[in-house]
Design a protein. Structure first.
Lengths: 161, 161
DNA sequence: TTAATTTACTTAACTAGTTATGCAAATATA
DNA sequence: TATATTTGCATAACTAGTTAAGTAAATTAA
């Protein structure tokens, strides 16, 4: 770890380092669910959390909230439907829309799942211990990117030399 | 951005947030190279940086340095070979090993590429402005994970309740 | 010096995202 | 009110990573 090339490269390896950590966490989570014999995916918890605030959602609402593409949402939702965690009905006033709701199975399993997510939350707190300000820093980084994205900045920086 | 669900969820959305940022940067970088008509991938710069310190490398050395799986390295290297940025020769004393080196084409293109990477480095510095300590925080986070990974922590936290 | 183990690389099948494209329903506009 | 635009969802093809399993060469151990 001491002579970690990502550490040496600093700014140049920032993205790769974020990816390394998030991939590591993702595959850990998949492995965890497998070991606990839960037929759910990492990131479904985000969907469940959204349903806490509003019991009917559409694909578009989810894509907007997560800031991921619609095709990505469709894949997640289709899998949740296939595993019978979600049910969908057509909107009566706008037949393009699918109204999504948690199924009975989902609600039934919720207490068990929430225990795992709570343990997950604690685990993240442990991992971030002493470095909790990273959460606000990530906010600010996303803010900077939304003002001018990476590509635009590089093009600008290529010009002024 | 103000009512960003990831922000509300705090610890529970930490991994998703890292993924969101790193994906955003990755696709920006791909788009950038396309616009600049450079037939290289994001992350090749890490390989090039390794070759600055040592002009012959093996697959395993790269996988170890980046802490990514061997199949991932093979895919990157094969593409670099296919695009003629790398050449490989069999190790004389150990025929399992491939000795990898930058090609003449790679060395020729290096000055042009380095301009882009330098503009990239500046762009990351801009994006992180005022939040540079995130780099050390990421070090510490990877340190924590290496002591006990996410899965192990969740299993532990599930037990002690 | 044969047998067992480890190492270096490879291949296959999968995953969670992307962009590009398309279609049909709803809405806005001439 | 016909036409143009926008919206909501869907599909296809691609990408950068993963794990699992396998092969052949090198090394270690009996």
């Amino acid at each position: 770890m001491e002579n970690d090339i990502f550490r040496e490269l600093k700014y140049l390896a920032f993205t790769a380092r974020l990816k390394r950590i998030s991939d590591n966490m993702l595959y850990n989570a998949k492995d965890l669910y497998k070991e606990l014999e839960l037929d759910i995916d990492p990131n479904w918890h985000l969907i469940f959390m959204m349903f806490k605030e509003k019991d009917t959602l559409t694909m578009t609402e989810i894509a907007d909230a997560f800031q991921i593409s619609q095709p990505a949402v469709i894949k997640i939702i289709n899998k949740m439907k296939q595993k019978e965690y979600l049910i969908s009905t057509k909107d009566a006033t706008d037949s393009r829309k699918q109204l999504l709701q948690l199924s009975a199975k989902a609600k039934e399993n919720l207490p068990k799942l929430e225990k795992v997510w709570e343990a997950g939350r604690k685990s993240i707190m442990e991992i971030l211990e002493g470095n909790e300000t990273i959460l606000e820093q990530l906010d600010e980084i996303e803010n900077q990117i939304s003002k001018m994205n990476y590509k635009q900045r590089v093009l600008k920086n290529l010009q002024d030399d």
